[in-house]
Design a protein around this ligand. Structure first.
Ligand code: KG4
Ligand code: ZN
Length: 338
């Protein structure tokens, strides 16, 4: 019968976000997305940290106002310690430390990748919670992992990418097509109008549960070069079919590995998390897998897929209940294992 209010702060990459949770329920989840990186075709770390510096106070104020609570009611401050860009992490970490210090309340560090997985435990009518153990595939701009989740804070990595993350595969392929950053959502939009079997791209041969996406990017590059040499308007004329075919290939790669993980572990509860789980193709493939393979699949609500502070807040709440707090001497970790 607790009455815990957590303010959570996320600043690991290019989104500044703050959320307020009342126990495991979200009261607010404010995200300021940085537009500045679009023109550079990727996140520029120096510009990202500067934008976080500008956004953090207004974003936190809005999250508190939307939740309709006063700072003085807060039980603890949770923040993303890593992994991510050092300059970006420093902004959220410093802010969280100062605020916790000023209010005289506990500080709770959160691992961003753990948060993508535990986002399923945010109580929300539009999503349901898996039971333990379950398989979680985290697919984002920085990571691609299949994790066996035995308990909230007992996770085992079964496989991960050997090179690019799947989000990078989307974004880099999009760049080859002349689409702005981040290209993932744009590929998704084009793919909805295209034929996924129009073009065929090779699937990488990687043993076990690991992934590789750098070869796919190269084969897409050669394909585009060859086709545009023959027809300079090739991309413009076929953009929907190219995107649908690329997305189809990527989703097949992900689903093959998930099927193997399920077979190897005997676990049929399968969850996804991370920015790429916003992709309509993977959401559809996972939904179909319920019938096809007898799985019970869990897809986070859209707002908890891409980077957001509500997922940091749920981890903050779970750690608060365990009495797991962080010392004021903490500093961010750009690389931070699960
Ligand atoms: O989790 P996230 O917001 O940030 C990281 O921690 O990396 O993930 C961002 C990634 C980007 O690569 C973006 O292109 C991809 O998620 N993404 C998508 C979609 N929405 C976001 N990729 C494919 N389809 C989408 N609908
Ligand atoms: Zn993320």
């Amino acid at each position: 019968n607790s009455n815990i209010y957590i303010l959570a702060i996320e600043s690991s990459c290019d989104d500044t976000s703050a959320a307020v949770l009342h126990n495991n329920r979200k009261l607010s989840n404010v995200v300021a997305t940085q537009k500045i990186h679009e023109e550079y075709g990727g996140v520029v770390p120096e510009l990202a940290s500067r934008a976080h510096q500008q956004n953090i106070v207004p974003v936190v104020d809005r999250a508190l106002a939307k939740a309709n609570i006063d700072k003085k009611q807060l039980s603890a401050i949770a923040f993303t310690r890593g992994p991510g860009l050092m300059g970006s992490l420093l902004v959220g970490t410093s802010f969280a430390k100062s605020l916790a210090q000023g209010l005289g309340i506990p500080l709770i560090e959160v691992n961003h990748m753990e948060a993508h997985i535990l986002a399923h435990f945010i109580k929300d009518e539009e999503q349901s919670m898996p039971g333990f153990p379950f398989l979680a595939m985290t697919i984002s701009g920085g990571h691609t992992q299949i994790v066996k989740v035995n308990d909230y804070f007992d996770m085992e990595i079964l496989g991960e990418t050997l090179d690019d993350a799947v989000g990078e595969a989307f974004d880099k392929s999009a760049k080859l097509l002349g689409l702005p950053y981040p290209g993932g959502p744009l590929i998704d939009a084009h793919a909805k109008k295209g034929n996924p079997k129009a073009f065929k791209f090779p699937k990488p041969k990687v043993e076990g549960l690991n992934f590789s996406f750098s070869g796919l990017k190269t084969s897409i590059l050669y394909f585009i070069q060859k086709e545009t040499a023959a027809n300079p308007d090739f991309i413009a004329e076929n953009i929907d079919d190219i995107c649908a075919s690329m997305q189809y290939t990527i989703i097949n790669i992900l689903m093959d590995k998930l099927k193997l993980a399920s077979k190897q572990t005997g676990i049929k509860q399968v969850a996804i998390g991370g920015g790429v789980s916003a992709n309509s193709g993977i959401r559809k493939a996972l939904t179909e897998a319920n019938k096809k393979y007898g799985w019970k699949t869990y897809i986070p609500k859209f707002e908890y897929c891409t980077d957001n502070a509500a997922m940091i807040g749920i981890v903050g709440y779970l750690k608060f209940m365990e009495g797991s707090f962080t010392d004021q001497g903490v500093s961010p970790k750009a690389r931070f294992a699960l």
